[in-house]
Write a protein that binds this ligand. Structure first.
Ligand code: FW2
Length: 287
């Protein structure tokens, strides 16, 4: 299974995207053995980036690797299509999008048209990013099938049955799980990989689970998954979208700047660090 990391987008304290820090971060992840970088996702605060910023993110990461999935989703189809077209000069793995969000009671046929329009414009394979908790819309396996032009799905739900039913209905598509809490079950069930926010700060744990699954050592893999779950609980307590930035610094040793408000930096960083301390030792022992 593939290990895909939806990278944090580093910002300066003034709220500008810090492309140099992003490059350093991606260089580090690639060296660690991450297979693919997912840009402008949830962890990367995609919905808070302008189309120009999304493209700038792609341009700078492309200097480091072309193993990239470029998330282009948005609420203005003309921007989305333009961005997808602008990726033609980059030899990347694919383009991704969440379905249109915020608007209540989106019609299924509008979501279908959105993805078909994206497929028609995209010079690269198109991946659906399904995250119903965030978007308010669950792209069902039947709808994903009807769209007809998808190469893969990144599915963020807490229920393994969800990506499994996608795989059952669409066996030729790549199906990735976006839930950190399901890294082990996804890999052990033969899904195509994980898109894990935790990979920003503990990619070693994802690689470790994969090795253990490949060796059939599921009991040991469960222990690693439990550490993953504890790290996720801790990050949620402080607001994952902000805690991710602190955790990269604490566990990987490099600076990825700060988030951009309305995601505010963690206020009580000292307490987060002290709660992280015992976990840090367990992470070290598993590397
Ligand atoms: C992204 C991801 C991971 C998320 C997950 C949600 O784009 O950030 O889906 O961290 O809690 O793929």
């Amino acid at each position: 299974p593939d290990i895909i990391v939806p990278t944090v987008t580093p910002f300066t304290p003034e709220g500008k995207v810090d492309l140099e820090k992003l490059k350093e971060h991606v260089t580090h992840l690639v060296r660690k053995g991450v297979d693919v970088i997912f840009l402008n996702g949830t962890t990367g605060m995609g919905p808070a980036l302008s189309p120009e910023e999304k493209l700038a993110v792609l341009k700078s990461v492309y200097d480091v690797t072309n193993r990239v999935i470029f998330q282009v989703g948005g609420l203005n189809l003309y921007d989305v299509v333009k961005l997808a077209r602008e990726s033609k000069d980059f030899d990347i793995v694919g383009v991704a999008s969440y379905p249109p969000y915020y608007f209540p009671r989106m019609r299924e046929d509008w979501v279908l048209r959105y993805f078909r329009d994206l497929c028609a414009a995209s010079p690269h394979p198109v991946y659906l990013y399904n995250y119903p908790l965030a978007t308010g819309f669950d792209v069902s396996p039947a709808l994903a099938k009807e769209i007809g032009c998808l190469k893969g799905v990144k599915d963020t739900t807490q229920d393994l049955a969800h990506p499994l039913s996608l795989k059952r209905v669409l066996p030729d598509l790549k199906v990735y799980t976006g839930a950190d809490t399901l890294v082990l079950p996804s890999m052990a069930s033969g899904l195509d990989g994980v898109v894990s926010a935790l990979g920003n700060y503990a990619p070693e744990l994802l690689l470790r689970v994969r090795n253990l699954v490949n060796d059939g050592k599921l009991r040991e893999a469960v222990e690693v998954q439990q550490v993953i779950a504890e790290l996720i609980d801790l990050s949620r307590k402080y607001g994952s979208l902000a805690a991710n930035y602190v955790l990269v610094r604490e566990l990987q040793g490099h600076d990825v700047g700060v988030p951009r408000p309305p995601v505010y930096p963690v206020v009580d960083e000292a307490r987060l660090r002290s709660e992280l301390e015992p976990l840090k030792r367990r992470v070290e022992s598993l590397k």
